[in-house]
Write a protein of this length. Structure first.
Lengths: 385, 351, 173
């Protein structure tokens, strides 16, 4: 029933700790202009603008889409603002796609951004509301105990996370847009970096970045006429569950498993590891690569670490993961999910330059957020379904 | 387009301050009542979307706890907009249109009483050039009202008459917060709050929540005897800068109304979420309502203004009148941003 | 609140790259019905949990409703021990404004005896000793300093009891 939809334009800013050369409107516009140029479109060709970002408190602007409307060519057009915690970038892509899939719009602009340097994200995340037991120090403090739980369950070697961190930073060296370019990245460098939230070391965590990412999506009848490869959206899926309830499996939440099952069913995928050529997964702390390899049903339960260990997730492995360098190399929070979705689309369009996986035809984009409770994913392909 | 209808609507009473209940405790009875009304629990819906604001709650990720009121287990397909619940409903409607869902829940909630709302809303303004001056929302709306009065678009009497009408209508609405027999003379005798706005020109600050259930085709008629079919659903955002748009009209509402087909037939009822009397007049004009339309039978935003739910409730109030056979065709309006920057129009019909 | 300044020298034509616009907003939170009862009890040194009417599980700390079943808890309260088991933990070496402890410190997810949900707190113990399954007990402020605040519990500390069996807490990780 849904109108077949494709990604036809992708634009990203350079990701950096501090983009003080640009205002917020300048930042989103840089990504949007690049996406329009890639799609060969002008502002007037866009029917609606869908904007995503993480909490408003990060930049101190309430509903910033209102003041960014103008900069995004959104004047007198429909505009929607998505916010689903860390998964927001992915959710924004899904919401934008659904506007075309529903036949409501022919072509939409999807933008996600974060300008963390304009405020203090750790502060915004750790506001101590009275009466709550605020003993968690940022996201690392929340996720480190879960990583420990994963290690206990799976028996994964303690250096699995280090290997992920090295691999993703090596991939980032191929991506000129990545925030971190650690030329001297090595196992020892990561292993010897300070232990921040045991068992998570400094170089196993994501940076804090400024940046924006934008996609242009359009309906089949338009996208089919294009001479260049487009990324056809085969399936999208979202799943959420409550943060805390008795017996909730926080290490391997049911929401990720349900999400994966439904995504593959809709995309007609029966053997994800074989049928998907590469994946860009939301890995803010190194250990989440093996965890989400299991959570996305790429491998058996408690076996995810073996994929890392055996090099399966490396650029030359049988299932490359985070070719762009991943969240570990660039993390403008609100955009991080969309960057994953965008990288999946770049791969199947054959436009990922130095981090292109040869012959990639089908790719997975993935984002998650909250207390491992919000999941959004898509499958894109160079071929129509 | 698929045939999609509002098949259920529930709300909490709008109150100045909910001292005893947190957002989840406010939401749970609203969602339970919706389940009783429709026979369908929120978590059983194919898609769920909510609208809320972190800045109203004073903390990041405030919407996450809203999910606790849904009972999202097994995990649900769900999303959130940092907007009024009316836009959450729009997203839910899109998901049904694309065939992803046949049933969907949308809810909105807010507890602005925790902070200083007029100041909090100043954070919506341009952070580089306007916000550092801290213009509160009432002052910004006052500038717009002054602009309209000076241009002779309407008079202070006409503004006061809006409040008299809405709060008189609200007398029969058990969920309304400000209601009663006001008079134009009485309102004009009130001191200015922010010249030219008097207290009665302004919507109250309200805590509250509301929820709507959507269903497609046969599912709609199974759930609801007389569903409120959505015949037009459009929203438009204008640029924010006050210097680049005409503050004397709601151009966004005009465009949305035209695209939604508001004027193609009679309109029995209109529900507007304009938070100031002068904005209500601008929206009425932009919608092109005929004289026989009953405007704000619930009292509208001037009688109860639970931010993030108030727009969704307007759609719900229209739908409820269609459920009861009191209206055949209705128009609901929602707004967001300073001076009616962003507007949504929804046309509902009983047939 | 109105203080703001800009960098970039006046008149030299260089771009303004920084604008400081401090934001101060005041909020008045209400604890809510359920948390109020919990806070009044903690002022007396008692830990009250609430039972989900659907599956009987005991929530502590309770937010007044069950997120899994979306039902408000009834009036039944369950008095809990201040002893529990470490389900999982982390050693933190990153400073945080809302945790006034010297680095490094240990954060723990504790399953209190009688509760079916975990409590996130901090542990006062030797960094080399802490492990999953370790038995711990709350250390309270002096009684005369107790208020309606969760801060009445300073931290947890290990107690001389044998470790809990992994199977007894593994579903709470």
């Amino acid at each position: 029933m849904a109108e077949l939809t494709a990604v036809v334009g992708i634009g990203q800013t350079k990701y950096e700790a501090k983009r003080d050369d640009l205002s917020m409107p300048g930042l989103v516009r840089e990504a949007a202009e690049r996406a329009l140029a890639d799609a060969g479109c002008s502002w007037a060709d866009i029917d609606a603008v869908i904007l995503g970002k993480a909490p408003d408190l990060f930049e101190g602007v309430m509903m910033p889409e209102l003041f960014l409307n103008d900069a995004l060519g959104g004047a007198y057009k429909p505009m929607l603002r998505v916010h689903t915690a860390g998964s927001v970038g992915g959710s924004t892509a899904i919401v934008a796609a659904s506007m075309v899939q529903a036949g409501i719009h022919d072509r939409v602009l999807c933008v996600a951004y974060e300008k963390q340097s304009e405020s203090n994200a750790i502060w915004a995340l750790s506001i101590s509301v009275p009466f709550s037991l605020a003993t968690v120090a940022g996201a690392g403090g929340y996720f480190a105990p879960l990583v420990r739980g994963y290690i206990r369950r799976s028996g994964a070697p303690e250096d699995t996370g280090i290997r992920v961190a090295v691999k993703d930073r090596q991939n980032a060296l191929r991506n000129p847009l990545a925030h971190l370019h650690l030329e001297d990245i090595s196992f020892d460098l990561v292993a010897n970096s300070p232990m921040l939230w045991d068992p998570i070391r400094y170089l196993e965590t994501c940076p804090s970045s400024d940046g924006a990412c934008a996609l242009v999506m359009e309906k089949e009848s338009l996208a089919s006429r294009r001479p260049d490869k487009v990324a056809w959206i085969h399936a999208t899926e979202m799943r959420s569950e409550p943060t805390m309830f008795s017996g909730r499996d926080q290490v391997m939440p049911r929401a990720t498993l349900d999400n994966a099952k439904n995504l593959y069913r809709k995309a007609g995928i029966t053997n994800p590891r074989r049928e998907i050529d590469c994946a860009e997964i939301y890995v803010p702390f190194s250990w989440f690569e093996p965890m989400w390899m299991e959570g996305m049903l790429i491998t058996e339960r408690n076996q995810g670490w073996k994929m890392t260990y055996e090099g399966a997730t490396a650029m030359d492995g049988d299932f490359p993961v985070n070719m762009s360098g991943g969240v570990l190399s660039s993390n403008p929070i609100g955009a991080s999910g969309l960057i994953r979705f965008a990288e999946a689309a770049r791969q199947v369009r054959g436009r990922a330059d130095q981090h292109q996986v040869d012959g990639a035809r089908k790719a997975l984009g993935h984002a998650y957020g909250g207390g491992s409770q919000y999941f959004s994913t898509w499958i894109v392909s160079s071929e129509k379904p | 387009m698929r045939e999609v209808a509002v098949v259920g609507f529930t709300q909490s009473p709008s109150v100045r301050r909910e001292p005893d209940r947190n957002e989840v405790e406010i939401l749970i009875p609203v969602l339970q009542a919706l389940r009783e009304q429709t026979g369908l629990a929120g978590a059983e819906c194919d898609f769920i979307c909510s609208g809320s604001s972190d800045y109203l709650a004073g903390q990041s990720f405030a919407f996450v706890s809203g999910l606790d009121a849904v009972g999202a287990w097994p995990p649900v397909s769900e999303s959130h907009v940092e907007m009024d619940g009316a836009w959450a409903l729009y997203e839910a409607w899109v998901k049904i249109q694309m065939g992803y869902a046949d049933t969907a829940l949308a809810y909105g909630f807010g507890k602005p009483s925790m902070g200083d709302l007029p100041i909090t809303l100043a954070l919506q303004l341009d952070p580089y050039s306007v916000m550092p001056l801290w213009p509160d929302t009432i002052s910004v709306a006052g500038l717009q009202a002054r602009h309209c009065l000076e241009r002779g678009l309407f008079t202070a009497d006409e503004m006061a008459a809006v409040a008299v009408r809405d709060r008189g209508n609200a007398k029969t609405n058990p969920y309304a917060q400000v209601k009663g027999d006001f008079t134009v003379e009485g309102i004009l005798a009130e001191p200015f709050l922010v010249n030219p706005l008097r207290k009665s020109d302004c919507a109250p600050i309200s805590d509250g929540a509301s929820a709507i259930l959507l269903a497609a085709g046969d599912r709609a008629t199974q759930i609801c005897e007389r569903p409120a079919w959505i015949r037009g659903f459009e929203h438009i955002c204008e640029p924010m800068d006050f210097g680049v748009r005409d503050l004397g009209r709601s151009r966004g509402t005009e465009i949305a109304a035209e695209k939604a087909g508001v004027s193609s037939d009679k309109i029995d009822v209109a529900e507007l979420s304009a938070p100031f009397t002068h904005q209500s007049i601008l929206v009425e004009r932009a919608l092109g309502l005929p004289p026989e339309t009953r405007i704000n039978p619930s009292g509208g935003a001037l009688a109860g203004n639970p931010l993030m739910a108030v727009g969704l409730s307007r759609i719900g109030e229209c739908a409820a009148r269609i459920f009861r056979g009191e209206a055949d065709r209705a128009v609901a309006h929602a707004t967001s941003g300073p001076c009616l920057q962003q507007n949504l129009v929804c046309v509902l019909e009983g047939r | 609140m109105n203080a703001h300044d800009t960098s970039g020298t006046e008149g030299d034509g260089s771009p303004v790259t920084v604008l400081r616009a401090p934001i101060v907003l005041e909020y008045e939170y209400s604890a809510g019905q359920s948390a109020s009862r919990f806070l009044r009890a903690i002022a007396e040194g008692r830990l009250l949990g609430q039972r989900c009417p659907v599956d009987g599980r005991v929530y502590f700390p309770s937010r007044g409703s069950c997120p899994q079943h979306a039902v408000t808890f009834g009036d039944e309260v369950v008095e809990l021990s201040d002893k529990g088991t470490i389900v999982t933990f982390s050693i933190v070496r990153v400073p945080s404004k809302n945790i006034p402890l010297e680095l490094p410190y240990i954060t723990v997810n504790v399953l209190l005896d009688g509760a079916d949900t975990i409590l996130m707190h901090v542990l006062d113990a030797d960094l080399d000793d802490v492990h999953m399954g370790m038995r711990v007990q709350a250390v309270w402020k002096p009684r005369e300093e107790w208020t309606t605040s969760t801060e009445n519990i300073l931290f947890f500390r290990p107690i001389d009891e044998p470790d809990a069996d992994y199977d007894s807490y593994k579903e709470h990780i």
